[in-house]
Design a protein around this ligand. Structure first.
Ligand SMILES: C[S@@+](CC[C@H](N)C(=O)[O-])C[C@H]1O[C@@H](n2cnc3c(N)ncnc32)[C@H](O)[C@@H]1O
Length: 279
């Protein structure tokens, strides 16, 4: 690929999604953008670059951006955050929100939905403890294809064999041919909608917990810094942020501090002492 074509595509993707592509990722650009070119009846990426320079058609720019997202995810990914959610977050929320009985969770790069649905299943496993509560789980993603998939809650055999305990498969899914669909009871607990983290979040309100895992790794430092500030503003003072195993706030922001003894969980700097430990 010509350098000027790489720069053109990388610039579009960076401006529209925050995903930073270095020249070593040219192979990724080629393999992911070829289907976009073919759909437009173009021969190769040089023709796609021409077309983009000529027209800057919004739909094409969006297709290029969405094609460059990495949507890898699976149920109970990394396990530990979900254990922490069950043993640290839930007891704290049950205790501190006992009067208002509200609990709001945001899966901020939800991909095909497994993260948010894992949290929903954990809540159902709590039995009657949340009866009478208003529990909201919001799943958002830049990719409209992923949001559509997440809403359906349909997964193939490979996907339900990654991370999902067999007992939960039996309990919460219905088999249709070679696919498995989550029961309506689980699906109705999560609301999915498209949302670009770089753009206005438009009155999402405050959350008790934000999961933003395995997306910040694709962003440069200034983008991460801005996002951490915005996440801090979107959390209750004693809310918490879960990051992916390869992600940290260190060196990017002073808005959060790590929760002692719990790698991957970050609390707003103004968080009252003892929060998330008081259960
Ligand atoms: C690797 S997946 C992570 C899914 C899940 N959080 C997990 O850890 O398994 C990253 C997701 O981030 C989404 N994404 C990338 N840039 C985004 C942006 N600017 N705004 C919202 N979502 C974005 C991608 O579409 C993709 O589905």
């Amino acid at each position: 690929m010509k350098k000027e074509d790489f720069d053109l595509f990388a610039d579009i993707v960076k401006k529209r999604s925050g995903i930073a592509l270095t020249p070593e990722k040219a192979y990724l650009l080629e393999s992911r953008l070829m289907p976009v070119a073919r759909k437009l009846n173009l021969k190769d990426l040089e023709e796609l670059a021409h077309m983009v320079r000529d027209k800057r058609d919004e739909k094409t720019l969006e297709s290029i951006t969405q094609a460059m997202t990495t949507n890898e995810t699976f149920f109970f990914r990394d396990q530990k955050p979900f254990d922490q959610f069950r043993t640290v977050v839930l007891p704290y929320i049950l205790k501190t929100r006992a009067t208002q009985k509200t609990f709001r969770i945001w899966s901020a790069a939800a991909s095909s939905g497994q993260e948010a649905y894992s949290l929903a299943m954990l809540l159902l496993e709590e039995g009657a403890k949340f009866t009478g509560w208003k529990v909201e789980i919001l799943g958002t993603d830049l990719s409209t294809d992923m949001v559509e998939r997440a809403r359906l809650g349909i997964y193939n055999q490979f996907e339900v064999q990654r991370g999902l305990p067999i007992t939960m498969l039996v309990k919460y899914f219905q088999q249709n041919g070679d696919k498995w669909q989550l029961h309506e009871k689980v699906r109705s607990m999560v609301q999915y909608k498209p949302l670009n983290l770089l753009q206005d979040w438009g009155g999402l309100g405050k959350f008790d917990v934000i999961f933003c895992r395995n997306v910040l790794i694709y962003f440069d430092m200034p983008t991460k810094t801005k996002l951490f500030e915005r996440f801090a503003g979107a959390l209750h003072p004693d809310g918490g942020l879960f990051l992916g195993g390869a992600e940290t706030v260190l060196g990017a922001t002073d808005c959060f501090k790590g929760l002692e003894g719990h790698h991957g969980i970050y609390l707003p700097i103004a968080c009252p002492a003892g929060a998330w430990k008081a259960a």
